[in-house]
Structures are given as C-alpha cells and as structure tokens.
Design a protein around this ligand. Sequence first.
Ligand code: NAD
Ligand code: TYD
Length: 351
Amino acid sequence: MKNYLVTGAAGFIGANYLKYILAKHDDVRVVVLDLLTYAGYLGTIAGDVDNERCFFVKGDICDRPLLDRLFAEYKFDVVVNFAAESHVDRSIDNPQLFLQTNILGTQNLLDAARAAWVTGRDAQGYPTWRNGVRFHQVSTDEVYGSLGAEGFFTETTPLQPHSPYSASKTSADHFVCAYHDTYHMPVSITRCSNNYGPYQFPEKLIPLIINNILAGKPLPVYGKGENVRDWLYVEDHCKAIDLIIHKGRVGEVYNVGGHNEKQNIEIVKIICKELGKPESLITHVGDRKGHDMRYAIDPTKIHNELGWLPETKFEDGIKKTIQWYLDNREWWETIISGEYQNYYEKMYSNR
Ligand code: NAD
Ligand code: TYD
C-alpha cells in the first residue's frame, strides 16, 4: 500500500484526480486535506471519501501542527499538492490570500514532508530520504507569462508571471525546486495549460459560459475575446500527474498540454452552438488588467520521456463537459447558490 496525501481534492482538478487514482490503483490509500473554501465542495467527492481507502480531513495546508499529526498518523509516501487559490480575477482583487495559501501553504507542506521523510545524512551532509517518497506540486503554464503570436512554452522558458495568481504559483515552484537543490528532496512539478471538464467551479470561462446560458444570462467576454488559451480535458492532466509520480524523474518539471489553442471568443461560440443558443448573448465587457495574451505548451518532454499524449479531443471533451453540466444541474446550482452570487455581482456588474 502507498499512502497519499492529496490536498485540495474537493476542488476541480484534485477531485478528478482523486477519482482517477482510486479507480486505477488498488494499492493506494488517500487522505484528502481540503479547507473547503468557496472553491471546495465536499459533495463532489462524497462518494469517494470516508471508507478504508480514502479519508477526508477539513483543514488548511498552512496549519503545521495539523500536517505533523497527519504525517505521523498516516505515514505518507506521496504528497500531491492541488490546494491553491486558483482564480486570476480574485487574485487581482485580493493578492494577499494568494501569497498565504499558494506560497506559504506550499512551503509549509514541504517542511512537514521534510520533517517526516528525512532519515539521516549522506557523506556530503545532504539529507537522506525515506525510500519511495515524492512531493508533487501541481503548477500552471501561467508561470511562464504570456506569448506573442508565435512560439511555445518549454520547461526552460524563463518564468515571467504577470498576475498575482501566477506570481504566487511561480514563487511556490521556486520553493519546490529550492528544496530539491538544497535538501535533495524528491520532488516533481507539472505545469499544465487551462483545464476543462466536470466539477469545475463556474467562475472559470467554460463552466461560467455554460451556466450563464443555462441560466439565461449574458455571456461576458473580456475585451475583444482574442486572448488564446491551450485547453486540456481534465482527465488527461490527471493521467499525466499519475504517470509522473510513478515514472517521472525526481527534480524535474514537466509541461502538460495538448496543442489545443483557441481564442476565448471561439470557445464561447462553440458552446453557444452546442447548446443551440444565439451568439447575440455574447457581451464584450471590460478587459482583465494585465491580461495575458496567449498561452501555449510544448509537451515534447513528457511525450518523449513518458509517452504521454492527450487522449480526449477538444470536440469530444467539450461535448462531454456540456452534457455533464446538463446532467448535474443540482451540483452547480448548489455551488452557485452562496458566495458566488456576491462574487458575480461584484466582478461583472460594473465591468
Ligand atoms: P480549485 O480552485 O477548483 O480548487 C482548489 C481547492 O483547494 C479547493 O477545494 C479549495 O477548498 C482548496 N484550498 C484552497 N485553499 C486551501 C488551503 N489553504 N488548505 C487546503 N485546501 C485549500 O482549483 P483547480 O482548478 O482544481 O486547481 C488545482 C491546482 O491546479 C491549483 O494549484 C492550480 O494552480 C493548478 N492548475 C489549475 C489549472 C486550471 O485550469 N484550473 C491549470 C493548471 C494548473
Ligand atoms: P479563466 O477561465 O479565468 O482562466 P485563466 O485566466 O487562468 O486562463 O479565463 C480563461 C480566459 O477567458 C482568460 O483569457 C479570461 C477569459 N474570460 C472571459 O473572457 N470572461 C470571463 O467571464 C472569464 C471568467 C474569463
């Protein structure tokens, strides 16, 4: 049995990852640690937790005594850190929370893992580590900044974040790398492009547009809608993380993305078409400050080293995603019933 600590698994990607690894591996036991912020919903993973293979703990990755207790009790072999404040627009509104969770929280987890996993010292004085342990940080392509019309992000592209969100994720990545370089900690990092799929909180573009259409609301597109994102179906991201934890090299960064670039306006039009709604619902609103123009991942490294390729084509993934929101109205109606209404009002009423 391998014992996993998966943080942030009541959120979008973490929940999909949890479901994926529980179905794929008989030999993993998981503790989910999630603070259940506005973005975390226990209902998403209610059928997966609280049995002998998976256990839920409500708590903060910044809470060191809690982490120490969990490491002592469950003897984790693997930590997968999804927990984060993840929305760029919210980071523009309140940057400090992003520093707290994304930087200090990650460093706190790194330290708790270090305290639990170090077994001694080698001849050079570097720490030695318990066999088979791994700290995996789930990062984003946004750490690389923004591209012009040409080119792709590779793992050696200089980090040049622009938003408070991406600056905090960049800082966390630097800490993860620093723990590898300084303490030889067995770490890995994935930097993935924009995900879409089931269970995504409707503050992000694709579920927001689907939900607005279903709720009969206008479809807000920032600026001209020409910004480009590189969309990946969430399960393909989960598979990449799983592959890297099992076979990826320690101390390495792997870019994850599927060469599926689309302008925002194209995405919104595709969803309108799928749902049989007129494009006249589209409303151009004020642009995001510091809005990154284009993200595009070069996934050659993960493909060449580990054979990973995205399996879900966008045409199929978007249909599946729309169908999921149609079939799970209760899920998203619950999600948007509380704080989301205030958020939406504040973000979109005077845009
Ligand atoms: P999300 O916002 O849907 O979920 C984040 C989860 O973290 C929530 O369940 C929340 O309750 C939890 N959380 C927040 N603060 C916490 C804390 N202090 N302690 C414990 N739990 C806490 O995010 P997501 O879209 O699933 O993203 C997950 C990770 O993947 C993030 O690190 C994000 O930076 C990264 N990422 C996201 C995308 C994307 O397109 N969504 C792409 C690449 C990378
Ligand atoms: P988002 O889903 O917030 O992801 P990210 O900012 O991390 O890429 O936004 C995706 C793109 O869609 C981004 O260019 C901003 C744009 N966008 C809109 O045009 N309207 C919206 O209401 C939202 C939420 C995003």
